[in-house]
Unconditional design. Structure first.
Length: 147
């Protein structure tokens, strides 16, 4: 993640109390924005990681779509929780020219031939996976091959 521009990185799998680590890194303040994709297992600690008046953008539910949270932790610290699903037409129209020029490069974890779809699916569930898992029906060049 630091290669992608992050100032600091805390892996929630390696640091279960990542909210405490975030507070330590920010002098007790918390962060402006939390990108929450795990949900049930991490949402409360994500809330605790946000600063007073901070925001949480939730867009995933990899550990379950139902979670019990302490609403007071949102209310007292005036946290905004934003649910995100997909882009609207205006955002797509703005982004397409950027995609067309080839500048964004997807973060690909691994590439599998279609015949190895079961293997690719297993990789999707691997906790060490970072990035997209790609299935292809012909040989691709310039990408990492299957693991």
């Amino acid at each position: 993640m630091q290669k992608l521009g992050a100032d600091e990185v805390i892996n929630y799998r390696q640091v279960p109390d990542f909210d405490v680590a975030v507070r330590d890194l920010t002098g007790g303040q918390g962060v402006d924005l939390v990108h929450e994709t795990v949900d049930r297992a991490t949402v409360q600690k994500s809330i605790q990681s946000a600063r007073h008046g901070g925001r949480i953008a939730g867009m995933g539910s990899h550990t379950g779509c139902f979670a019990e949270i302490d609403l007071w932790s949102l209310y007292r610290r005036e946290i905004t929780f934003i649910g995100c699903h997909t882009a609207n037409r205006g955002e797509i129209a703005e982004f397409l020219p950027i995609v067309a020029d080839g500048s964004p490069q997807p973060l690909v974890d691994s590439v599998y031939p279609l015949e190895e779809a079961a293997k690719a699916h297993t990789r999707l569930n691997d906790p060490d996976r970072f990035g997209k898992v790609v299935l292809h029906h012909r040989q691709l060049t310039g990408t990492q091959s299957s693991q």
